[in-house]
Ligand binder design. Structure first.
Ligand code: KE4
Length: 438
């Protein structure tokens, strides 16, 4: 990609594009967290992207750590994914009929994540979670779902209860437009709190279909599970006859090729996937053991469907992405690059006397402006949001794009280079100086 003066076509200010967008698109965006509402200013409009960089419409090249909210683990415009997509598009884009490609992707998922013996492909993570919860309710014939405060599982009505990500970012964790009845069956416990989770289950004994959890929370910023948290949830589910659902839309194929369940050796009954498995195309999936999944139509009475579910173009991107990951096994390098980056950020903060907590695991990390450890939504909510805003814009000024929300996660991709890290840490040092200058 060429920089400012080499940019093909005109250079245009984001403010101009944002004003135009707002004439036709609600809030100028198609997903609220992109709107820069929580950090202020105009969102970055992208002209194109490649590897770890995006080329913004104002002509600036930015090192990207949002990476389409974690979808682009291989980096943007990957040299194997794009040609595969071009070929797939040449064969047609959607048939609404079965293809061998869907079987191939489902087989790859099942081989990587053996608990997903049977898979259903969808077009988004939200749909995958909706499907998994419907299967859990149909299988157990129970109604209640227990989720955790600050976790985000997509925008289905019954899950917009104390939700993270954009819902928290915009201060609507309990969205308007969701009838109280819809969320009556949604129980909420604090993340990492097995005692309160157990007590809540006890209060509703016999009526909880499932516990759904982000095995590593990424939607209140990164919050890593306490040592026995996931094992404890598994035990509680077994004791209560509830299913354990891992929402691995972020962690699936990111923490390891087999996701968080492989990483922590805690096996859920149902798993939801998205982001990485679509390689940047709209694709989600949910799945579990044959005995549970058989309640799903067309085999069983739990209905779920989708016009573009498993379409050949998205599936091709997914297959190509997973093949690259299975072959290159980039996980050790991703973890090492992220560790180096986080150590550098920590050192820079210490040098400038700025209190930060950096939560990271493998290639996910969040910089919280707080002196307290961040272990759940309450502690994540104590951060110094104005300091984050200053930090975010100072980095952006120096060509580094972090996720534009204090309740989100930054992602390192295979495409991030040592030079990217050097430039990033240089920008971080300068940003802490600015943040420190009250
Ligand atoms: P989608 O419907 O956005 O594909 O997936 C919903 C979802 C489900 N589960 C988890 C753990 C997720 O993180 C998400 C979506 N993540 C957000 C950002 N953290 C997507 C960004 C956005 O909403 O624009």
């Amino acid at each position: 990609m060429k920089e400012k003066n080499g940019v093909k076509g005109s250079v245009i200010q984001h403010s101009e594009l944002f004003e135009e967008a707002k004439k036709y698109l609600v809030g100028g965006v198609n997903s609220p967290v992109r709107s820069f509402r929580s950090v202020g200013g105009d969102p970055v409009f992208v002209k194109c992207a490649r590897g770890s960089k995006v080329l913004a419409e104002d002509g600036r090249k930015l090192i990207d750590y949002c990476m389409s909210w974690g979808a682009m683990l291989l980096g943007h415009a990957h040299p194997e994914v794009l040609p595969a997509l071009r070929k797939a598009v040449g064969n047609g884009t959607s048939y609404g009929m079965p293809t061998r490609l869907e079987t191939e992707l489902a087989k790859m998922i099942a081989e990587a994540i053996p608990s997903m013996e049977q898979v259903r492909l969808t077009s988004s993570g939200t749909e995958a979670v909706m499907g998994a919860i419907r299967v859990a309710r149909a299988f157990t014939k129970k109604n209640k779902i227990l989720k955790f405060e600050g976790c985000y599982h997509g925008h289905a009505d019954h899950l917009l209860v104390k939700a993270g990500s954009g819902a928290s970012t915009l201060g609507v964790p309990d969205s308007e437009g969701v009838p109280v009845d819809f969320s009556r069956n949604t129980l909420v416990a604090p993340y990492n709190d097995l005692v309160k989770t157990g007590a809540l289950l006890q209060e509703h004994v016999g009526d909880v279909a499932a516990i759904i959890v982000e095995p590593v929370a990424g939607n209140m910023g990164v919050v890593v599970p306490d040592t026995d948290f996931l094992k404890g949830l598994r035990k509680l589910c077994d004791e209560q006859g509830a299913l354990l659902i891992f929402d691995e839309v972020i962690t699936g194929f990111r923490l390891t090729y087999g996701g968080a369940q492989n990483y922590f050796d805690v096996i859920p009954d149902l798993t939801c996937l998205g982001k990485i498995i679509g390689g940047g195309m709209p694709l989600g999936a949910f799945g579990g053991g044959r005995g549970i999944m058989k309640v799903l139509a067309p085999l069983g009475p739990a209905y779920q469907a989708g016009t573009l579910s498993g379409n050949p173009v998205a599936v091709t991107a997914g297959i190509t992405t997973l093949k690259c990951l299975a072959r290159s096994k980039p996980y050790e390098r991703l973890a090492s690059v992220t560790r180096t980056l986080c150590e550098g950020i920590r050192d820079a903060a210490q040098k400038e006397g700025v209190s930060v907590q950096i939560n990271s695991l493998e290639s996910m990390f969040t910089v919280f402006f707080t002196e307290w450890r961040v272990t759940d939504y309450q502690t994540a909510s104590r951060q110094d949001f104005p300091a984050f805003r200053k930090f975010f814009h100072a980095l952006l000024q120096d060509g580094v794009y972090f996720a534009p929300s204090a309740f989100e996660t930054n992602f390192v991709s295979v495409a991030h280079t040592k030079k990217d890290l050097q430039s990033t840490l240089q920008a971080v040092r300068a940003a802490f100086k600015k943040t420190h200058d009250r």
